[in-house]
Ligand binder design. Structure first.
Ligand code: FMN
Length: 203
C-alpha cells in the first residue's frame, strides 16, 4: 500500500512536469550543459510571479563581499512594462526577446561590495567588486532558472538611463544586465569555447 502511494505521487509529479512543459533536470551537469543563451522564446508558455520569486531567491544565495548583498532586481512582467523595456535594449535584443515572460534588470548598490566600513575602497578593484557580486548573483539566477526548466538571455546591450526612468532605479545603483526569462522555443547550438589550456595554467 505504502509503495503504491509513493509510485502514485512520483507519477503525479512527472505528469505535472510534462503538463507545464518543464524538462526534468536530473543533475548539475545537465543544468550547466543545457543552459544556453536563448534568442527564440515560446510565447505560448509563461513563467509565473511565484516562479520568478523562486529564481531571484536562488540569486540571493550567491556569495558576496562580506555578505554585503549589493544586487537588486527589477522585474517587468506586465505587457506594458515588458514592451517598454524591449524598446530600450536595441533592435536585435528586442527581436530576440519576443515571447519572454519577464525582463529582469539587475543592478548593484555602489559603495557596499569592496568597501571598508569607513567608505574607502578595500583595494584597487573598487566598484568592480559590486559588478563581480552582481555577476555571481546573475549566474545563480540563470542556472537556477535552467534547473527549474526555464531559459534566459543575459543582455548587456541596453540603455541604462531609460531603464532607470522606467523602474525609478535610485542613482546609487549601477545598472548592469537585462535578463530575459521564459521558455525556449528551439534548442540552439553550443557556441564555441576556447580550448581549456588557453584559459587555464597550473603552477
Ligand atoms: C555580460 C553579458 C552580456 C551579454 N549581452 C548580450 C546581448 O546584449 N545580446 C545577446 O544576444 N547576448 C548577450 N550575451 C550572451 C552571450 O552572447 C552568450 O553568453 C555567449 O555567446 C555564449 O553563449 P551561451 O550563453 O549560449 O553559452 C551576453 C552575455 C553576457 C554574460
Amino acid at each position: 500500500m505504502k509503495r503504491f502511494v509513493i509510485v502514485a505521487l512520483a507519477l503525479m509529479a512527472l505528469m505535472s512536469c510534462a503538463e507545464s512543459g518543464q524538462k526534468k533536470i536530473v543533475s548539475f551537469d545537465d543544468v550547466i550543459s543545457m543552459r544556453r543563451s536563448i534568442r527564440d522564446f515560446d510565447a505560448s508558455k509563461s513563467v509565473s510571479k511565484a516562479e520568478v520569486r523562486a529564481v531571484i531567491a536562488a540569486a540571493q544565495e550567491a556569495p558576496s563581499w562580506t555578505n554585503s548583498q549589493p544586487s537588486r532586481y527589477y522585474v517587468a512582467m506586465s505587457p506594458g512594462k515588458v514592451q517598454a523595456v524591449r524598446e530600450v535594449i536595441g533592435d536585435r535584443n528586442k527581436r530576440n526577446t519576443e515571447g519572454a515572460s519577464a525582463l529582469i534588470v539587475s543592478t548593484f548598490v555602489r559603495g557596499l561590495s569592496g568597501f571598508r566600513r569607513g567608505g574607502e575602497p578595500a583595494n584597487e578593484v573598487g566598484e568592480g567588486w559590486g559588478a563581480y557580486d552582481n555577476g555571481l548573483s546573475d549566474a545563480h539566477l540563470v542556472l537556477a532558472a535552467r534547473a527549474m526548466g526555464f531559459d534566459t538571455l543575459i543582455m548587456g546591450a541596453r540603455d541604462a538611463d531609460a531603464l532607470r526612468s522606467i523602474f525609478d532605479i535610485p542613482e546609487e545603483e549601477t545598472i548592469m544586465a537585462v535578463i530575459a526569462l521564459g521558455y525556449r522555443a528551439s534548442d540552439p547550438e553550443r557556441p564555441f569555447r576556447k580550448p581549456l589550456d588557453e584559459i587555464l595554467k597550473f603552477f
